[in-house]
Design a binder for this molecule. Structure first.
Ligand code: NAD
Length: 328
């Protein structure tokens, strides 16, 4: 068993947090991750209203007696959501663990901390992490360039970003982006992290709510199968490389670039959602990290976390043996 400040703080067995994925972080997945010993996360904005989020929280409680959290991501959105309303609904339903991400999290973090919540704040730069510390967050989720979704604009890979976190941060942090197995978890711990966040890996589990064809596509993919869109709009997002994302990149690369309005119909989240419903990987934009190249199976969350824990322990033991041999 691996015990870290994260497992102690959250009351979980395995130091793994499921990433808050749009359209994927629903009760059946969050509960399965929590039941398997990690921290499951419901994605607030996946629910069409604050009342629907309340229902999702109640449904999750029926499926697990373990702790789980709610993700609130504050990024540019076609229909800007009532972030504070989602936060208040979750608070009123008794949720006390939150993952926040995105721009200007101050007001939401302040609200959550005033209710005594544990806040895990995701960021892609050390300066944002330090700002998160000043806001009083409990854990930072340090998101390297490998990640799915929004990696920020500085393009720093996890290896350097986490080592910088070890130099600069005083609150516990977890590693996010590019981690899908026990080797990655062990590497994260070696870099000073108290655990790891995994998103793409959990998309490809039995309990993930997406169509089996998309899970099969993830298994068949390599680390070359993602692409960045929105680079020119400074809202970079790593998504699966498909017909639609290639079209978006081509439009952005035209002389003069493309305005968001010209891309809106191609990139809309509602269209991306259909990818998961219909099982057509070319229907719209869908987030994927380069860890797609590491994913070779579609286990249950329980099988996955058992394997991750076992592999991480083997790596840690193997490293300890190296040290003994060097002494001889
Ligand atoms: P959406 O349909 O509102 O927008 C689709 C994409 O376009 C998103 O990447 C969004 O950031 C981007 N976008 C929207 N307006 C923009 C603008 N004016 N300029 C530049 N880019 C713009 O998104 P959605 O799929 O319905 O998701 C809702 C929100 O949740 C978005 O902010 C999205 O970024 C965010 N999100 C959250 C997660 C998560 O894991 N929690 C994952 C993906 C996206």
């Amino acid at each position: 068993m691996i015990v870290t400040p994260l497992t102690k703080l959250l009351g979980i067995r395995v130091p793994v947090v499921q990433g808050g994925m749009q359209w994927v972080g629903v009760p059946q997945l969050a509960a399965a991750v929590s039941n398997a010993g990690g921290l499951g996360i419901l994605t607030a904005l996946t629910q069409p209203s604050t009342d629907a989020l309340r229902q999702a929280i109640r449904e999750t409680r029926k499926l697990t007696s373990k702790n789980f959290g709610v993700n609130i991501t504050l990024l540019p959105s076609i229909n800007p959501p009532d972030y504070e309303g989602y936060a208040r609904a979750a608070l009123e339903e008794g949720v006390r663990i939150f993952e926040t991400a995105g721009n200007n999290p101050g007001p939401v973090v302040k609200l959550l901390k005033s209710h005594g919540c544990i806040v895990i704040h995701k960021c892609t730069t050390i300066r944002h992490a330090k700002a998160g510390e000043r806001l009083g967050v409990d854990v930072l989720s340090i998101d390297g360039f490998e990640c799915a979704g929004h990696p920020g604009e500085d393009d720093i890979g996890g290896l350097v970003l986490l080592a910088r976190a070890a130099q600069e941060l005083s609150v516990p942090y977890i590693a996010s982006g590019g981690i899908a197995d026990g080797r990655g978890l062990a590497a994260a711990l070696a870099l000073g992290a108290a655990g790891a966040n995994m998103g793409t890996r959990f998309m490809c589990t039995v309990e993930s709510p997406i169509h089996q064809s998309i899970k099969d596509r993830i298994v068949a993919s390599t680390e070359l199968d993602t692409v960045h869109i929105f680079r020119t709009l400074r809202n970079t997002a790593r998504v699966y490389r498909n017909a639609v994302s290639k079209e978006v990149v081509a439009l952005e690369r035209r002389p003069g670039g493309a305005k968001f309005e010209e891309l809106r119909d191609l990139v809309s989240g509602q269209r991306g959602r259909k990818v998961y419903e219909l099982g057509d990987p070319d229907y719209g934009i869908w987030s994927a990290g380069i860890s797609v190249g590491l994913i070779k199976d579609c286990p249950t969350c329980e099988e996955l976390l058992i394997n991750i824990e076992k592999e991480a322990e083997e790596v840690i033991d193997g490293l300890a043996k190296l040290r003994v041999r060097a002494k001889l």
